[in-house]
Design a protein around this ligand. Structure first.
Ligand code: TMO
Length: 317
């Protein structure tokens, strides 16, 4: 009697419970979702934004510091679950290599388009410190305005950390025939670029730095220099020559990627991550909370979530 009761009634009891609460979706695993922490502000704040979004859905999150270029292999191997800011111009090779090796999947594209390029704060143009900017050709005649005590009379071309792009900028300066007038210096970290922006403005001298968009400087006023257009193979490391390596940076997309198991182990979180898409102003705001307002990355992520529920809540439902 008892057995028969269980056999006949239990399945219908379960069916009733599930249909009443409409829990027809598969539940996420209790295993933590591993979110990478890298070394620039928007990536770090967005890590806490996405982690907080997963937590609001009942998931656990673990934050894992990773080297940017190594992070794509780490996703492939499942050491981190996802990457949320894949910049086409500097990361697509590592991203597609990890995909071709098997284990990293494309998890969609943000609304924001990207550019990583040398440029000047707008006041350099407004004060006409280098007539002809933003065309690169203007740099032939105004290097003195950009000289610093450490640049030996040449203009200082402040590139990001060398680990970001290797020899791309020294090669570009040579390729454009600017190497007798310009000296490439590498910043130790992203923060050194923002320190330089502030110092140059205070001293009223010209400055040229490597920068990117989306970033907090979209709102504060920054103009990218227009170089000869990029094409596949123009750079020396891609088979180009001194004649072609003067090319600028390519505009690009901003993608997401995930370990191939993520949709299966955490279908709800993966669905939200796949839907998630940030715009240029949203990513700029995330960076500004840290680089303009001086907040810590984690607090900035919490603030952004609190201020923007209407943006992210729909992705989790
Ligand atoms: C770290 N960056 C946004 C320049 O690729």
């Amino acid at each position: 009697m008892k057995k028969r009761f269980l056999r006949i009634f239990l399945p219908s009891v379960f069916a009733a419970i599930f249909s009443i609460s409409q829990v027809s979706n598969a539940a996420d695993s209790n295993e933590p979702i591993k979110v990478p922490l890298k070394n620039w502000s928007s990536q770090l704040v967005m890590a806490y934004v996405i982690g907080g979004m997963f937590e609001s859905m009942g998931n656990t999150v673990e934050y894992v510091p990773v080297d940017n270029q190594a992070s794509f292999e780490a996703v492939r191997l499942g050491e981190v679950t996802l990457v949320h800011e894949v910049w086409q111009s500097t990361m697509q090779n590592a991203y597609y290599n990890a995909m071709a090796e098997g284990g990293l999947i494309d998890a969609g594209t943000h609304a924001a388009a990207t550019l990583e390029e040398m440029g000047v704060p707008n006041w350099v143009i407004e004060k006409d410190l280098c007539p002809g900017l933003p065309s690169w050709e203007a740099l032939k005649d105004c290097h003195e305005v950009f000289a610093t005590p450490d640049s030996g009379g040449k203009g200082r071309w402040l590139e990001g950390p060398q680990s970001w792009h290797g020899d791309v900028m020294p090669n570009r300066v040579k390729g454009l025939g600017l190497d007798d007038k310009w000296e490439v210096k590498f910043a130790g970290a992203a923060e050194a670029l923002w320190t330089e922006l502030k110092a140059a403005e205070k001293e009223g001298r010209g400055t040229i730095i490597f920068n990117w968009s989306p970033n907090f400087t979209d709102a504060s006023g920054f103009t990218f220099i227009e170089f000869p257009p990029y094409y596949d193979g123009c750079r020396i490391k891609d088979g180009g020559t001194l004649e072609t390596t003067g090319c600028g940076s390519p505009p690009g997309w901003l993608k997401k990627g995930a370990n191939y198991k993520f949709p299966k182990t955490h279908p709800q979180a993966y669905t939200a991550f796949s839907k998630l898409s940030f715009t240029t102003p949203q990513i700029g705001q995330m960076a500004a909370l840290v680089d303009v307002d001086g907040m810590g990355h984690e607090d900035a992520g919490k603030k952004w979530l609190a201020d923007n529920e209407a943006v992210w809540k729909p992705w989790t439902q």
